[in-house]
Design a protein around this ligand. Structure first.
Ligand code: AVJ
Length: 329
């Protein structure tokens, strides 16, 4: 309900509005539910407050975190081929846009695009992205939406009846389960409409000896990113948590084909949030993120089951990352 109000505000005025109180309560509910559950878990979308977004940007600069570097190179190398496939798109819609740094490469290749709609839960990221892109792309209309990209109900009026290209980068789709990913792809197909296309960046399955350091780097930036979730709970919900009493862990689950991140209690301890107490055993974990990995064939089958036709796929020579162009028949 709240979200609809914010969305229509953005439609009317083309600006992002901070959904402060609604967001705070949603966060509190999710934290209380997640900590009460066994096994305990917290939704990864809450990583991205201002500090979390900053730490994620630092992760993208790490040697071990190949995903951003390889995807950026794919966009730079194949921009012309992407444009040849999708050169007449007028509106670029980006789901979970973050800082939009990679988007500039796409916009440079797509001459016909005059409107950019970034969708992100972080208002700070959207504001930063908008001013960064405005400086680089003259005359581009930017219409940011503060929203969880999985639940966005409608696009702004300016996008209606114009050919759209969706962009979902960084393998963020990997944070969804296979069922959630299929639902999201089907939802995006409806949102983007007939004759649209969807460019999706997907991390490939590979040896865990490459994956694990990408999620547990030597400098501890990913650890700080994971632990920031506890700092955020303290900051925003006034919780009583000894953050140093938790450690970061990242493991590869072969069966599900995914990286998993955990916060592990280093001792027996009590965590207090909004009048509720949660008793942790030594070594007890909070599951904070899944990052599913796909082979090219697995992702194409998933996309087809959601109503998309796989049109092209680009990968790097080391087969680390894939960029899929899907078409709506
Ligand atoms: C941006 C969500 C795709 O899952 O690889 C980075 C987030 N987590 N390091 C990912 C993340 C740990 C990242 N995504």
């Amino acid at each position: 309900m709240e979200r609809d109000v914010h969305q229509s505000f953005a439609e009317e005025f083309g600006t992002a509005l901070a959904p402060s109180e609604a967001t705070r309560d949603e966060f509190a509910d999710a934290v209380l539910q997640g900590l009460a559950r066994k096994p305990r878990s917290l939704p990864c979308r809450f990583f991205y407050d201002a500090r979390g977004s900053e730490l994620f940007e630092a992760i993208t600069q790490l040697e071990e975190y190949y995903l951003t570097r390889v995807e950026t190179a794919l966009l730079a190398d194949h921009g012309a081929a992407i444009a040849a496939e999708m050169g007449d798109a007028k509106v670029l819609v980006e789901f979970g846009s973050g800082s939009s740094r990679k988007t500039s490469l796409l916009l440079a290749a797509l001459a016909a695009v005059d409107t950019y709609i970034p969708i992100d839960v972080s208002e700070e990221s959207l504001a930063g992205a908008a001013s960064w892109l405005e400086e680089r792309h003259d005359g581009l209309a930017i219409r940011p939406l503060v929203a969880d990209f999985t639940s966005i109900a409608a696009l702004p009026l300016t996008a209606r009846r114009r050919r759209k290209l969706g962009f979902f980068s960084g393998s963020t789709i990997g944070n969804l389960s296979h069922d959630e990913a299929r639902s999201f792809l089907a939802h995006a197909a409806r949102l983007l409409g007939k004759h649209s296309a969807f460019l999706v960046g997907v991390d490939l399955k590979k040896d865990p000896s490459i994956l694990i350091p990408a999620y547990n780097d030597a400098q501890g930036v990913t650890a700080a990113f994971n632990l920031n979730l506890l700092h955020r709970i303290k900051r925003e919900l006034g919780a009583d948590i000894d953050v140093d009493g938790f450690a970061h862990d990242a493991v590869y689950d072969e069966l599900h084909g995914r990286m998993e991140m955990y916060l592990v209690s280093r001792k027996r301890q009590l965590v207090r949030v909004r009048g509720r107490a949660f008793r942790f055993a030594d070594g007890e974990r909070i599951h904070t993120e899944n990052s599913h990995k796909y082979s090219v064939a697995e992702f194409q089958a998933l996309a087809e089951s959601a109503g998309w036709r796989p049109a092209r796929v680009w990968t790097d020579e080391d087969q680390l990352f894939s960029l899929h162009l899907l078409r709506r028949p």
